[in-house]
Unconditional design. Sequence first.
Length: 456
Amino acid sequence: MMYVNGEFESFYEDMIKITDRLPTEEEHRRVRHLVLHHPKQRILDVDLCRILPYCPHLETTVLTGVQNVSNETLTILADVAINLQGLDISGCKTVTDVGVLEITTKAPPLQWILLNGVEQLTDNSISAIAKTCSRLIELEISDLPQLTPVAVRDVWSFSRKLRTLRLANNSLLTNKAFPSPVKDISLSMDVSHSQDIDKPLPHRPVTWAEELPPLILRHTADSLRVLDLTSCLITDEAVEGIVNHAPRIQTLILSGCSRLTDQALEYIAKLGDHLDVLMLAHVSNITDVGVLKVARSCVNLRCIDVAFCRNLTDMSVFELAGLASLKRLSLVRVHKLTDIALFALAEHATGLERLHLSYCDRLSLDAVHLLLRNLNGLQHLTATGIPALRRSGIHQFSEPLPRTSDASQQAAFCVFNGENVGRLRRFLDKEEKRRWEAEFKNIPFTMRSDDKMDLY
């Protein structure tokens, strides 16, 4: 059907978005966005199969709240929604390659597709998406236990417009899934050959993935902005290849990539001003040297997570505190931190909004108080497991404890959010005034749980 001028505009404005319910019969031909995240009433796959044939103008379809989505549903959607631009079936565990291949066979103008946790998918469907969906700008394929480097190599080779790529928790992904840092394949082969001649290695069995040749790409992924590689089995070499191929990454998530070292941070530093989010939780081999390099090169960093990085010291915090744009910092279980680190944050990181200090057990209450007084924009503070905060009066400002917590967790839990951050600050201010007054009057000072100013 053709529409011209005002008639087309009227039709376009008449389209609607349906959220967490099925469209009524009158709405079938008007629905453009169908979003079923958390439907109030249970929606079954048979319900979708019944209404989808009458919704030809769908452009966005989110089915994460319908757990038994089947291949039949995707087949109907592929046949009917010829203008489908976005599809999210994350967590739909009954979908297989058959359903996804139906979508790719019809080749709708897909711009984003989210397949996180669709556990039965294999390389076949992911490769088909990469090769047929030429307009794709967002691809999320996390938590796919059968995904191997073969399909991911196709993504790097064919999906050249991607802005977001998420590959978290895919345990089979190694360096072979990512661009090689070597620019010239012939050079790589020559080096490998010369090494074999100089020092022959004993024969050892290898997997088929290890026998894949290096992924040499002649193009660069200039559009890629977000890359999530959480818990992938990569080494520094993969990071080097990624940075060389995608030099404008803004958000890089490497949490749980435990094989990385300071050398990887040297490569990440080449992203320079482009990088603004860096997640390195549980990358336990990195040291102050690598963090210093990143902090001095990537001066626009807004968010950095170095939780559980046991080798870091106050020196890393000195460097990070100097980042003018820093808004969120996670230092959970960085055991070597002392009050000096908090003094640096209090003096320099005045724009900080979210700070995670849980289980940094060397910190004092006085240092936390100084931090609260200087960081007026702080909206969220986690301080669980800091012994200095286990005293009466503090927990009244903490968020409610999760119901599943035991007694020891109840005693340690300290999470301050929103207005409670300011209330804690004012409580500690009054306590400090009481201490000063007690010292002035030579009266023994005792901590209390209330914030009254009288000393007795």
